[in-house]
Design a protein around this ligand. Structure first.
Ligand SMILES: Nc1ncnc2c1ncn2[C@@H]1O[C@H](COP(=O)(O)OP(=O)(O)OP(=O)(O)O)[C@@H](O)[C@H]1O
Ligand SMILES: [Mg+2]
Length: 251
């Protein structure tokens, strides 16, 4: 097996522009099985766009992406890939759907037609909600939950198909410090259970004790390497505003 085949995701020479404004230029990197990768960079640096390109939601103008060794346009095993988008919590508060149903929708999305929930699926939904500590609220309406609780439900929806890789785009925005800690511990547990994690975040100071790889984006890939390399890279550090929050040693 070559090094490239060993990687879950390979991104090679990607360019992307919205209308005529270039957003990403010459992006090349890969994500290995078992990695916990943090993607950081200023607002508007192209982080969400890069995730959407990898998920096939946008198409690059140049370059190629492979998932599990398969070129993106031939890839169909989307049940292997979980995604929590940046604005997942912006839901209609009166939408009459329960927590368990939100997770069930994740399960249905990966099924072939005819799609319906079977008895055995209820156990799978229960397991996912138990994993994120939300089984107790399974029958509550999603709109009645707090932002942090909703975020946990969206994680449950993303892991219900037992993905091999999970993408999370700034999942802790608006979540208090205690809930954030619980949340990162949950991601750490999932990672130790073998799920590759890709986390877009502005909190590198908080997540640096969990991640093993760091990618710094600013239209181009400014830095990509191990956490240890990141800690000693002035180029990477220069991207992070402020100085006093750079507690870059592991705890
Ligand atoms: N749908 C769109 N149409 C046009 N331009 C867009 C669109 N989405 C994003 N952009 C622009 O592309 C650039 C990159 O946006 P992107 O959302 O990828 O940044 P980001 O790194 O995720 O930022 P943030 O940290 O604020 O989430 C920004 O300049 C943004 O204004
Ligand atoms: Mg974004």
């Amino acid at each position: 097996m070559t090094d490239r085949e060993d990687k879950l995701i390979n991104v090679k020479g990607i360019y992307f522009a919205y209308k005529r404004r270039d957003v990403l230029e010459d992006i090349t990197f890969s994500i290995g099985a078992g990695d916990f990768l943090a993607i950081i960079g200023p607002n508007g640096s192209g982080k969400s766009t890069l995730i959407k390109l990898i998920l096939g939601l946008l198409t690059p103008s140049r370059g190629e992406i492979t998932l599990f060794g398969t070129p993106l346009h031939h890839f169909h095993q989307w049940h292997l890939v979980g995604y929590v988008p940046q604005k997942a919590t912006h839901i209609d508060p009166i939408f009459p759907i329960s927590v368990a149903e939100v997770v069930g929708l994740g399960l249905l999305a990966a099924k072939r037609p005819p799609r319906w929930i079977k008895n055995n699926d209820r156990d799978i939904i229960k397991e996912a909600l138990t994993d994120v500590g939300m089984w107790g609220l399974a029958h509550r309406r999603i709109g009645d939950l707090s932002g942090g609780q909703q975020q946990r439900v969206f994680i449950a929806r993303a892991i219900v198909n037992q993905p091999r890789i999970l993408f999370l785009d700034e999942p802790t925005t608006g979540i208090d410090a205690t809930a954030q800690e619980d949340f990162y511990n949950l991601l750490d547990r999932l990672n130790r259970a073998g799920i590759t994690i890709v986390l877009v975040t502005h909190d590198i100071g908080v997540v640096n004790k969990y991640v093993n790889k760091v990618a710094c984006l600013n239209k181009r890939m400014v830095f990509h390497g191990t956490h240890e390399e990141f800690c000693s890279s002035p180029r990477a550090q220069a991207l992070i505003p402020g100085e006093d929050h750079l507690i870059l040693h592991r705890h």
